[in-house]
Design a protein around this ligand. Structure first.
Ligand SMILES: [Zn+2]
Length: 456
């Protein structure tokens, strides 16, 4: 049965959690610019009795975008992780049809995460106070997940040190389940070339083109693909490619994502991609500068913890929607899928799904990955969106701003809080999870990683 202090805390605070989610949705701030989202979340955690620290994880000349909230003392130390960054170009009204507003949108539903995971920390605190239980509760509102880098700045700063275990939740258009994927490791890197500009027609022999260097590097990488493992994914875009055709560009830059199945192969592939850059610089007589924005690992899976989280969540009464919510959901389903739902077809799931303990690889990546190496971590994914909604689309933005999304944040918060409570009541459950993590890290052997640098 669900802990009664947690249930009571949510009865008293659910409107506030939904209001906070909607305010973060309204703000829809991009990665590294989550200033208002940070301020609102910090205010919420402070109000609920946490000691709160905020800072900008990358550039101290900017307003804070990161929240670290802490309550209690001693062991176990339980962490909850939330995010709040949005995506550019998919702004959308809370309407069950495509209604673009321009600008940013919460297409990954991150506006629900910080309020949900932060509320779990606050509700766990209430339950611990009610019974006089010992332990430390921490909540981290993490910026810049969409650019796969925010948490690596926080890791570099030692923010996650000392955690005994860590919980998280992410919305998605299916039932609630444990995220059992081992996601790809990823290097997020910038390559800049510096050449010499000249008139492209009158004095081309005087110019050394930074753009040529970019193009030759890309050709090199495109040949390199054939000699990578089939699971490797390398993609790039141009950050700068010159201005006018008649000026040989002295500066050009590329943004690369290099994804591989594990951290070891990622570091090796990063080095091979770097050689393509260096080769291109030699060919074009330009200089190249390689900067790692972040290097992230895949996610360690702790079966025992995953099962425990699921069993705790099963104690929470199911998520329910009103007839009004369901009417909106049906209309949104029709707009997203451009058809009527079939007889008996699921519109939106409120189901809780048991873990499979089958840890398959997935091509995507997340900056949560490295946190899963520091402490046993279990993450749930699902709810808050129409079944089958493509992530990073207008349909997910619409649902995240509607009670469909807002209520899922409350329910997922309860599941996390209940799991935290079950751990605090019986903290020795953590020991085999830690042993499992240590065994996996040992099997992997030594790995190299480059941490992102602070700008200021
Ligand atoms: Zn996301």
């Amino acid at each position: 049965m669900m802990n009664q202090a947690i249930a009571k805390w949510y009865d008293e605070n659910q409107e506030e959690i939904m209001a906070l989610s909607k305010k973060i949705w309204d703000a829809s701030e991009l990665a590294m610019e989550e200033f208002e989202s940070c301020r609102l979340t910090a205010e919420f955690m402070e109000k609920h009795g946490f000691k709160v620290t905020t800072y900008h994880c990358c550039d101290s000349t900017k307003r804070p975008n990161t929240v670290i909230a802490e309550w209690g003392s001693g062991k176990p130390v339980i962490g909850f992780i939330g995010e709040y960054d949005s995506l550019p170009g998919i702004g959308q009204e809370v309407k069950p049809y495509r209604a673009p507003t321009g600008g940013n949108g919460q297409g990954c539903g991150h506006s629900l995460m910080a309020p949900s995971c932060g509320s779990a920390a606050a509700a766990l605190k209430a339950a611990m106070e009610a019974e006089g239980l010992k332990g430390t509760v921490k909540f981290f509102a993490c910026p810049a997940e969409e650019t796969v880098e925010g948490k690596m700045h926080m890791v570099r700063d030692g923010v996650f040190e000392g955690l005994d275990c860590c919980l998280a939740w992410h919305p998605q258009g299916h039932g609630l389940k444990i995220r059992e994927f081992i996601q790809n490791s990823l290097t997020n890197m910038k390559v800049e070339f510096f050449g010499t500009s000249a008139h492209a027609a009158v004095a081309p022999e005087k110019g050394r083109s930074a753009l040529d260097a970019c193009e030759l590097m890309n050709v090199g990488v495109n040949y390199l693909r054939e000699h990578c493992e089939p699971t490797t994914r390398i993609h790039y875009s141009y950050l700068s490619a010159g201005e006018k055709p008649n000026v040989i560009p002295s500066y050009a830059a590329l943004h690369y994502f290099v994804r591989t199945k594990d951290l070891k192969s990622n570091y090796e592939t990063f080095q091979r991609v770097s050689k393509c850059a260096e080769g291109a610089a030699i060919m074009t007589e330009t200089e190249c500068k390689i900067s790692v924005n972040a290097m992230v690992s895949g996610c360690m899976q702790i079966s025992g913890f995953n099962q425990f989280f699921y069993e705790s969540a099963a104690k929470v009464p199911p998520l329910t929607y009103t007839e009004e919510d369901m009417e909106f959901a049906r209309e949104l389903f029709k707009s997203i899928h451009e058809r009527e739902p079939k007889e008996g077809e699921e519109i939106i799931s409120t189901e809780l799904i048991a873990p499979t303990h089958n840890h398959v690889n997935a091509p995507s990546s997340t900056d949560v990955g490295y946190v899963t190496r520091l402490a046993p971590t279990s993450r749930m994914v699902g709810l808050g969106m129409i079944t089958g909604t493509p992530m990073h689309s207008w349909g997910s933005v619409a649902a995240a701003g509607h009670p469909i999304g807002l209520k899922s944040a409350v329910y997922a918060g309860k599941c996390q809080a209940q799991c935290g409570y079950d751990i605090v009541k019986n903290p020795e459950v953590i020991r085999p999870w830690r042993q499992d993590l240590d065994r996996q890290l040992k099997e992997e052997g030594e790995v190299k990683i480059i941490f992102p640098e602070r700008i200021n």
